[in-house]
Design a protein. Structure first.
Lengths: 407, 491
């Protein structure tokens, strides 16, 4: 009876369990995803298969008397190629070639041909910035659309969004259900919107800097009314501008005592502005710190070091997040972890670092306690930094969101 | 007189050593019946039946229900078996101080064929948890056999009369006995199984088994006995004129049995690495409702009907298996199964004998035999043929090893298999020694795409447990042939 109870308990707890599929299940699903041109899904599935069985092999035994040709690096390379990650595509295809198993295939007899086709495509892809691929597409693609699509991807990677949009629109016109083209179009819109917002922010920043500098000059020249107006303009543009507020406070105090005090003692010097920026950096408010460092970099070269640190960290964070979405969780952890050493107070970074650990944990069958402990630690840090932080359920697995919510 | 007493006693004993053709004393049951019955499938039997740690096809539930969790697609299977059993005794010779006696060779052969296993397995997922369910039929104990006994029995006794160096024949008996038994049915079970893959390294399985059905033994025994008897009545070295008697008799016996019950098998499958798997199986004991109606007839007239209505305590058993996938195409496996047959018995019941008029049977004194309580009786079949008393019952063990190598050629494959096993029966021999058969198996298959055909030949043999007088003399051998087909739905 006790055994029966245990088994019933296991069944009832079915919802609690998350299991990694067998390597051959992940592999077969990945090949199916490749056929459906679901490249990112194929990469995720192949990562899972490779994590369990890393050697490529013709006639690999699965279960019973079932044997399959297992060439994970070939298909991941193909998927990377279509995702525009030519470096990794080449790396995987070369790796598959080194295993030397393709020639022994008994079921996937077209594998060797596919490898050659994609290696040729990658050869032609060299210098893709100048010349998008025009070669004959492999069997898995529709010949009339895929060159167009590949051109769009290349243009997208060159950030030539308008030209890329034309290509993707043309693809969709020919093939309305082309999911990848639709995704790229959405990414183009996102990129354009991001650029527009960045441009507006830059213009605003320049205006603020101009107004603030003018206010300081006027204050130094004792043109208190002019300076007050300029500082008010600054606060109208950015209500949290602390330096402008300080000047206005000085002006108010001066007015109150009816004395005009030379601002020599209380004037925020370059040193004060630099220290403020450093304080912001150390508090984790990198966005404002960056703005301050940009203001003082002309008069204080030390700001450049901080700006470089921030730029490096942003680059690594971007790379880490990209690795995460490509399913390369180890790479994501490496890059985000490196970034976190100097950028620890960034909630977004901590969130993706936690997500990468959580994804590894769940993919490995929820057995590596160290990974989930790391995920929990970084999620806690996220909540500490920003209690209202939310993970985007469009991109992040519900199970990971659940783990985050449980913190 | 002493000599005259001894000689007929030996004669009777040797004749009695011939199995009596009743169900309760074993003939009609295959000797392989007297061991723990294991799983099914030509692939498994081709590997000597070492399949507990493999169990990765549609026959899995019969070996280890946890193994079902390895199936990724629905599968159906059908297994067909033929049985060819033979018990032989070359001759029996008995030598005493003043005489010797011998009986010629006899042979019991049994043969039959049946559907051994049918199944349908269906994998599914509840969220991310992989499960596989299966419904299956299995012929657990096959009694569908046609049995034949031919025994040209010649008995000679020679004495050494006083003052003579040369033996003198003083008794010579010839009789011919033949029997035919047509049996049908057996012990079947329907199983509903469920396997859960708790992790890639651990699977659990459960099979709920419903035992049902019964058997029918229809036996006809024809005796043709011609006795030629030489007797030296005066012990003067001169034999009297021989007396000759001839007799023909026909004896009919019809047995109908029913059994039903329920038990559960628990299985565990561990895969510590991709190359090694371990299996464990526990079959719970089952109390079977058992009813046996035994009609004896003389010249088509029922003279006696014995009805036994009782429970059979069917034993629990445990098994362990280890499989090593040395390379992808080569699998080595071994199993050990132990069953608690020593505790198995017939109990909680009653037995009543009625004559052709429905009245209670009479004993040799003319007294009516009352209804008999059946309690703690030995398992059916376990009765000494001479003494008509129960024999010692042993726990049984089976040790099995096997190998499978798969040749791959394009889209088709050919597996070759071989195995060896030992099979210790629960019934002991006439000297209460354990009876162990040795078995050898070979198998071959052919697979193309999602269809797999397999065939296996299983031979086992050894000294028969019927060997009351001389355990080494009587040999048993069985030749079983299995064919199976497994189809995988590529949905």
């Amino acid at each position: 009876m006790r055994l029966i109870r245990i088994i019933v308990l296991v069944l009832l707890c079915a919802n609690c369990l998350v299991l990694a599929a067998e390597w051959y299940v992940s592999y077969e699903n990945a090949v199916e995803a490749i056929q459906k041109q679901q490249w990112q899904r194929a990469v995720d599935l192949l990562n899972a298969a490779i994590a369990e069985k890393s050697d490529s092999k013709a006639n690999a035994k699965t279960y019973g008397l079932r044997f399959i040709d297992y060439f994970p690096y070939l298909y991941r390379g193909i998927a990377f190629y279509h995702l525009g990650d030519y470096g990794r595509a080449l790396e995987d295809l070369k790796k598959e070639e080194r295993f030397g198993e393709l020639g022994r295939a008994t079921k996937d007899k077209g594998a060797r041909q596919k490898l050659q086709q994609y290696l040729n495509l990658l050869d032609q892809q060299k210098g893709a910035a100048e010349k998008p691929p025009e070669s004959k597409p492999p069997e898995t693609q529709r010949p009339s659309i895929e060159p167009l699509f590949n051109e769009g991807v290349a243009l997208f990677n060159q950030k030539n969004f308008d030209a890329a949009r034309e290509k993707f629109n043309a693809v969709l016109q020919a093939e309305p259900n082309h999911a990848q083209a639709a995704i790229y179009l959405k990414r183009i819109e996102d990129e354009i919107e991001r650029a527009r917002v960045a441009q507006a922010e830059q213009e605003k920043r320049e205006q603020i800097n101009q107004e603030f500098s003018a206010g300081v000059e006027l204050y130094k020249k004792q043109d208190i009314a002019g300076a007050e107006k300029r500082f008010q303009n600054v606060l109208a543009l950015e209500s949290s501008h602390g330096e402008a507020a300080k000047y206005l406070d000085l002006i108010r105090r001066d007015k109150k005592t009816s004395e005009i005090v030379a601002p020599t003692k209380s004037e925020p010097t370059v040193d004060t502005a630099f220290d403020t920026a450093v304080a912001l950096f150390e508090s984790g408010d990198y966005k404002k710190a960056k703005e301050r460092f940009l203001q003082v970099r002309a008069s204080d070269a030390r700001a450049n070091d901080y700006l470089k640190t921030i730029a490096d960290a942003e680059q690594k964070m971007e790379g880490g997040i990209r690795a995460y979405f490509e399913g390369d969780y180890d790479q994501a952890i490496t890059e985000l972890g490196e970034c976190a050493k100097s950028y620890a107070q960034n909630a977004h970074l901590q969130a993706f670092l936690a997500c990468a650990y959580a994804a590894k944990y769940f993919l490995a069958g929820a057995e590596e306690e160290e990974w989930v402990a790391n995920a929990r630690q970084h999620f806690s840090k996220v909540k500490e930094l920003n209690s209202s932080y939310r993970l985007d359920d469009r991109y992040i697995s519900p199970r990971i969101i659940e783990l985050f919510a449980s913190q | 007189m002493r000599r005259r007493f001894i000689i007929p006693f030996v004669a009777v004993s040797i004749m009695a050593a011939t199995p009596r053709l009743t169900f309760s004393q074993g003939v009609g049951l295959p000797e392989t019946f007297f061991s723990a019955v294991i799983g099914s499938g030509a692939r498994a039997f081709g590997m000597g039946g070492a399949f507990i740690a493999i169990a990765d096809d549609a026959t899995a539930a019969s070996w280890n229900p946890a193994g079902l969790s390895q199936l990724e697609k629905p599968e159906v299977s059908v297994v067909f078996a033929t049985n060819d059993l033979e018990t032989t005794q070359p001759s029996v010779t008995f030598t005493a101080e003043t005489f010797s006696a011998s009986a010629s060779e006899f042979k019991i052969s049994q043969s039959g064929s049946n559907v051994d296993f049918l199944s349908f397995a269906y994998p599914f997922r509840i969220r991310n948890l992989k499960m596989v369910s299966q419904i299956s039929y299995q012929r657990l104990i096959n009694l569908a056999l046609d049995s034949h006994l031919d025994q040209p029995f010649i008995f000679r006794a020679e004495t050494f009369p006083a003052g003579r160096n040369q033996p003198q024949p003083n008794v010579h008996i010839e009789n011919t006995k033949s029997a035919t038994i047509n049996s049908a049915g057996g012990g079947d079970l329907i199983a509903a199984s469920l396997a859960v893959q708790v992790s890639p390294f651990l699977s659990l399985g459960l099979a709920a088994n419903y035992f049902y059905r019964g058997f029918e033994n229809n036996q006809q025994v024809e005796f043709e006995v011609t006795d030629t008897v030489f007797v030296d009545e005066n012990e003067d070295g001169v034999f009297d004129e021989p007396s000759t008697e001839s007799e023909t008799d026909t004896f009919r016996n019809l047995q109908e049995g029913d059994l039903s019950g329920f038990n559960v098998n628990f299985g565990v499958l561990l895969k510590p690495t991709q190359r090694v798997s371990l299996g464990f199986i526990f079959r719970t004991p089952v109390t079977l409702d058992f009813k046996l109606v035994d009609h004896e007839a003389q010249d088509r007239t029922i003279v006696e009907t014995v009805t036994t209505d009782a429970k059979i305590e069917y034993p629990y058993s445990i098994g362990f298996g280890l499989a090593v996938h040395a390379i992808d195409q080569l699998t080595l496996s071994s199993d050990f199964t132990w069953s608690n047959w020593s505790e198995s018995k017939l109990t909680h019941g009653k037995r009543v004998c009625r004559d052709g008029f429905g009245e209670l049977c009479k004993d040799e004194f003319g007294e009516r035999i009352p209804e008999e309580i059946v309690d703690d009786e030995p398992f059916p079949g376990n009765v000494d043929a001479i003494a008509e008393t129960p024999r010692e019952q042993n726990d049984t063990q089976q040790f099995r090893v096997g190998a499978e190598y798969v040749f791959l050629r394009g889209s088709w494959l050919i597996p070759l298999r071989a195995g060896f096993f030992t099979n210790t029966l629960y019934i002991t021999d006439g000297n209460e020694g354990s009876v162990t058969y040795l078995g050898y198996t070979v198998g071959v298959g052919f697979g193309i795409k999602d269809l797999l055909f397999d065939a296996a030949f299983v031979y086992q043999g050894g000294n028969s447990f019927f060997s009351e007088l001389s355990p080494d003399d009587r040999k048993f051998s069985s030749k079983q042939f299995y064919v199976s087909a497994i189809y995988r739905f590529d949905l």
